[in-house]
Design a protein around this ligand. Structure first.
Ligand code: AMP
Length: 116
């Protein structure tokens, strides 16, 4: 992989498979390969933005779009009534492993608070 290249960039380009649930011109949503809940879907921008911290004012519209896509995915998957959680891990101590911004959409089990 080229420097800075991530597995999610390869998914965006269709170079490795994913279980896709939604796609538009700016975003892709697919099932997490190691689900942490009965429903666990990742929403990612096609643009390779490494993390939330690296988003600037020029990314405002994209960040809003990713949240709208998350709710679209929730509706498509029939999760709206039961409740869901949207999580963004930023940095190592928060558990970010893939340096390509992604929203975790989690549903299907009770969610503790505060999160672990
Ligand atoms: P994070 O720890 O916040 O960076 O989340 C990365 C997530 O990506 C984890 O929940 C992984 O299970 C998931 N993941 C890694 N590789 C793949 C893949 N090829 N397809 C789907 N999900 C993946």
């Amino acid at each position: 992989m080229a420097e800075g290249e991530t597995i999610f960039a390869k998914i965006v380009r269709g170079e490795i498979p994913c279980d896709k649930v939604y796609e538009d011109e700016r975003a892709v949503a697919f099932r997490d390969i190691h689900p942490a809940a009965p429903s666990h879907i990742l929403v990612i921008p096609k643009e390779p933005l490494p993390s939330l911290l690296e988003a600037g004012p020029e990314h405002e519209a994209l960040l809003g779009h990713l949240l709208v896509v998350a709710t679209e995915v929730v509706r498509l998957e029939g999760l709206a009534e039961q409740g869901f959680r949207v999580v963004v891990n930023n940095g190592k101590s928060a558990g970010q492993e893939v340096m390509h911004l992604h929203l975790h959409v989690l549903a299907g089990r009770p969610m503790g608070w505060p999160p672990g």
